[in-house]
Design a binder for this molecule. Structure first.
Ligand SMILES: CC/C=C\C/C=C\C[C@@H](O)/C=C/C=C/C=C\[C@@H](O)CCCC(=O)O
Ligand SMILES: [Zn+2]
Length: 561
């Protein structure tokens, strides 16, 4: 028999080349789902390699499918139509489709999706036309074609009352109609970023690059679904300084090479996807803005790594760059470690081997070598030594075991240029309350304001007097920028400013990006007087959260079942 991955699927019927096939759903694993074992109704001749077997599976997904979030009309902006979106990374595709749900397997795909005609369906593929549903005049069928082989975690679908605007020669932005014009403004730099990325990494092979602004409950900043990046609405700041959206879009565009074209063989090598993507993302910042900005981003990333190491614990093997994930739920293993310890390693190698142009040359060559395939850390390292065959003496001095197979912070902290960070550090070190003036923050751009907040978060909790004075002088409670607001509210709750508790819980529930929602719930939960308030707020909102967000916040708040 042949086995596919499945999770909570109701299988009605299986056939192979038109003949009924026996099937059995095996024992369910707590996070990996169940094997779907299909017995073919004919012998596969071992000598006939060209035999095509078309397997048809009639099935239904579960209302609790972990790949899907079903939104009621009240949960949408327009309030008139329901909404569905998927998030398959890492191992949730099997709750949407019976498949070989491993990044080691790459495939093309074709899909036809029937939806009520007032709704639009989109997928991580090229549009291949739409026709009225011949079986139901109230529905329309959308057709999709993905000709580039890709892993199952990049299959994505969205259905909703969506509209689009053209933002470039190969890009449209999609969202509910209420947000589509502001989204078109926010993402106007997309083609420039695509061209910059192509100049660094090689041709963009996916054809179309569209963006979809997600509902607020989307659990991540972005998801690199081919042809259709999903992006959180929390990056919409609608000012000329589009730092949040440019950062996330540069990251997702970079995945078109590292992750989507060159793919980690399994999730223990996730750092290959994310570390290289952050490296290219920051190279785009260097090209479009300045090297000072790339250095500044490196400094911020080091703090994100520190935060993840603090959360897991410095001896936790999940802070290894290459962790052993046997019997580990990938959603629980997820953190900034593969992103920022991965970037730190690549930046460290850049420093050792000759600088950004030299090392980006290696990254481009690595992409060309492994394109359309999958890769492991060992294969990456072997190619690194081959590419830099004249610098093997330098590479042999790198403590590879410390970098890859040891928990905690990276063994070497890169020496980043602090030109853009100095103003943030200086402000963070000033403690004479009387000298605080509005000018202090007016001269910081929003990335610097975020860095200033991140520095304060690294210190011991501020005294309540300081936080109140900062609010009085800087008016931070009214800042809408999600990255600033998220850090400011954590600073306030840590200082036990009780008026900030409802603001923190409001931000934790009005959007569902886990980067914000999980720490905000935890911060309120750790303020003992308000632990119950955190628990009750979570329980009241649990049904509106994405299933993975709900599972992880429940674990954070030590709620069983
Ligand atoms: C060592 C961890 C091994 C495997 C984890 C792989 C996937 C984990 C799964 O939870 C999916 C993650 C998807 C992330 C998508 C986008 C991120 O780049 C966004 C990062 C945080 C944010 O900006 O919101
Ligand atoms: Zn990524």
């Amino acid at each position: 028999y042949n086995t596919l991955d499945s999770k909570d699927l109701k299988i009605f019927k299986v056939s192979a080349n038109g003949q009924a096939a026996q099937f059995e759903v095996g024992t369910k694993h707590k996070s990996k789902g169940s094997p779907l074992e299909i017995t073919l109704p004919f012998e596969l001749s071992r000598y006939c390699h060209k035999l095509h077997v078309i397997v048809e599976i009639e099935y239904e997904t579960s209302p609790s499918a972990t790949a899907l979030q079903w939104l009621t009309p009240t949960q949408t902006v327009g309030k008139k139509h329901p909404y569905l979106f998927s998030q398959c990374q890492a191992t949730h595709c099997r709750s949407m489709i019976p498949c070989q749900d491993s990044p080691s397997v790459k495939h093309t795909y074709y899909a036809q999706v029937s939806v009520p005609k007032e709704l639009v369906a989109l997928m991580s593929a090229l549009h291949d036309g739409q026709v009225p549903d011949p079986s139901d005049s109230s529905r329309v069928i959308y057709r999709f074609r993905q000709p580039v082989p890709m892993p199952s975690y990049l299959i994505a679908i969205v259905v909703g009352a969506l509209e689009s605007r053209e933002i470039g020669p190969r890009s449209r932005v999609w969202s509910e109609k209420e947000n589509v014009d502001e989204a078109a403004f926010e993402f106007s730099e997309t083609e420039t970023m695509l061209k910059t990325a192509e100049s660094l990494a090689g041709p963009y092979v996916w054809g179309q690059y569209d963006l979809l602004v997600m509902p607020p409950s989307f659990p991540y900043g972005g998801m690199e679904n081919p042809c259709l990046t999903f992006v959180t609405p929390t990056v919409l700041v609608l000012t000329s300084f589009k730092s949040l959206s440019i950062k996330v879009i540069a990251h997702e565009i970079s995945h078109s090479w590292t992750g989507n074209l060159v793919t980690n063989r399994n999730w223990e090598h996730f750092w290959l996807n994310e570390g290289h993507t952050v490296y290219i993302e920051r190279m785009i910042a260097r090209c479009m803005e300045s090297e000072h900005l790339r250095q500044f981003k490196g400094i911020g990333g080091w703090k994100e790594l520190q935060e993840s190491v603090n959360q897991f614990g410095a001896n936790n093997v999940l802070t290894n760059l290459v962790p052993n994930l046997h019997e580990v739920d990938t959603d629980e293993a997820f953190s900034s470690v593969p992103y920022e310890k991965g970037f730190a390693l690549l930046y460290h190698l850049e420093e050792l081997l000759g600088g950004p142009e030299v090392f980006m040359g290696f990254v481009k060559s690595y992409i060309q070598l492994f394109a359309y395939g999958t890769v492991t850390t060992e294969e990456w390292k072997n190619y690194l030594f081959t590419y830099f065959k004249d610098k093997v003496d330098i590479l042999n001095k790198v403590d590879w075991n410390a970098w890859m197979h040891t928990p905690g912070m990276a063994p070497v902290k890169p020496k980043y240029d602090t030109t853009m960070a100095d103003a943030c550090t200086a402000l963070c070190q000033r403690w004479d309350l009387a000298s605080f003036t509005e000018e202090d923050v007016k001269k910081l751009n929003s990335p610097q304001l975020i860095e200033f907040m991140a520095l304060l978060l690294q210190e011991e909790p501020l005294p309540l007097s300081h936080v109140k004075k900062m609010q009085e002088v800087y008016q931070l409670n009214s800042v809408k920028n999600a990255e600033v607001r998220f850090r400011w509210l954590r600073i306030c709750v840590r200082a036990h400013w009780e008026e900030a508790v409802p603001l923190a819980l409001k931000m934790a529930t009005e959007q569902g990006r886990m980067k914000f929602t999980r720490p905000l719930f935890k911060e309120v939960y750790n303020f003992s007087k308000y632990s119950d308030k955190a628990l009750n707020t979570f329980k009241e909102n649990r049904g509106a959260l994405h299933p993975v967000t709900a599972m992880l916040v429940a674990k954070d708040l030590k709620i069983n079942g």
